[in-house]
Design a protein around this ligand. Structure first.
Ligand code: SF4
Length: 303
């Protein structure tokens, strides 16, 4: 019997591991945040700016990534309510992005990378990829960059904005990069490129722009690691299959965990999960809406 496809991605898997209940709300019930998270619009605007700058370099055109960032960020911020939290505002995020994008061209040059192009001449940037596993499990993702290093090695690179640097000790385990290696190994021949010899990470660390002195946001130096071994790939794929099995068996549990590692403080569905308060939830695309939320919508309000 053919089973329905189950679509996973490195970020969905990370969400699952953070809290299975939040996975249920987000991907099964399809609840959305009523206000978009600031990290999402900031990261999206930075991606657009970097993409435009690198495409400009390939075409011999000068593109100011700070200008592209400003336009992209303001457009995204205007699309709906944004949750800036206690730490950020539109102005402070805009200032941080401009500062990062001013630093980006020199940082890119120092990395000594060349964007790889596929057999059709199209640069390998923001490229959608997917691979299938037994049991109709489809893993989808998007490779940020395929590059050649100074030494001529082909590498797949993930580019990220983050509050703090990824721990160096965990880089050899980073599963997003493992997923991209698997996808790229499959696509390599069709795209006329080698299988990746290295995996890399470019991080932009989000910090407030200091009023006078201080570090401010930074573009960290490129970090490269060796490609994953066959054993590491096997372990990763097995893990995905076990997760798929748990999702299909509906093993959804809440994961408040211990105080020092609780995901609840950062959870946008916390009020819905803990208090049945749905004011933070957008049900417009939901597959399931709790009866009490429906009643709240239907209750007459004072004019
Ligand atoms: S509040 Fe905590 S337990 Fe509830 S969905 Fe969010 S992370 Fe999971």
């Amino acid at each position: 019997m053919r089973v329905e496809p189950l679509y996973l991605s490195p970020s969905r898997i990370a969400d699952w591991e953070r809290c299975r209940w939040s996975y249920l709300l987000k991907y099964v019930y399809r609840w959305r945040e009523a206000a978009t998270g600031n990290a999402l619009i900031f990261g999206g605007a930075i991606d657009e700016a970097v993409d435009a700058h690198l495409r400009g370099l390939l075409q011999g055109r000068e593109v100011d990534p700070a200008e592209v960032f400003i336009a992209a960020f303001l457009q995204k911020a205007d699309e709906g309510p944004v949750d800036y939290g206690a730490k950020w505002s539109e102005e402070s995020m805009l200032a941080m992005g401009i500062e990062l994008m001013k630093r980006w061209p020199d940082a890119w040059q120092a990395m000594g990378l060349t964007v790889a192009c596929d057999a059709t001449g199209e640069p390998l940037m923001q490229r959608e990829v997917a691979f299938a596993l037994p049991g109709n499990v489809i893993v989808r993702g998007r490779i940020d960059l395929g590059v050649f290093t100074r030494e001529g090695d082909f590498a797949v690179v993930d580019s990220k904005t983050a509050a703090q640097p990824y721990p160096e000790t965990a880089l050899v385990l980073n599963e997003q990069l493992t997923a991209y290696q698997v996808a790229m190994d499959i696509a390599a021949e069709q795209w006329g490129l080698p299988k990746p010899e290295r995996l890399g990470l470019i991080e932009m660390i989000k910090r407030q722009v200091p009023k006078r002195t201080g570090q401010g946001p930074t573009v960290e130096p490129l970090v490269l690691t060796a490609r994953r071994s066959e054993q590491q790939v096997r372990e990763y794929l097995q893990k995905i299959l076990w997760i798929a099995e748990d999702i299909r068996a509906q093993r959804f549990t809440k994961s408040p965990r211990m105080a020092f590692e609780s995901p609840c403080a950062m959870c946008s569905m916390a009020r819905a999960c803990t208090a049945g308060d749905y004011t933070d939830v957008d049900f417009s695309k939901a597959r399931y809406v709790p009866a009490e939320a429906l009643q709240a919508c239907e209750s007459p309000v004072a004019a």
